[in-house]
Design a protein around this ligand. Sequence first.
Ligand SMILES: [Zn+2]
Length: 83
Amino acid sequence: MFHVTEDDGELYAVRRFDEIADLDAFDHHLLWCEECQRQMVWTEQYLRMLRTALLEMKSTVGQATSPTPAPGPQLPTALLPRK
Ligand SMILES: [Zn+2]
C-alpha cells in the first residue's frame, strides 16, 4: 500500500510540489488517508517549529546561546527567565 513518504511530505509542506515524484497520486492519497493527513500536520508543525527556532537563533546571535526550546505546551511568558 502506497503511503506518503517523509521526503514527499516535507516537499509538500514547503510547497515544492514539482519535486514530488507523483503529485497526483500524492494528492489523491492525502484525500482519504487519515494516517498521512496526521503525518502532514506533524510535518508542518515540525517545519514551523524549526523555522521559529532558526529565527530565534538569528535574533539572539551575539547573545549567550540558549538551548532550542523543547516542543510542548507554551509556558506563560511570566514563568520564563528574564534576560
Ligand atoms: Zn497514507
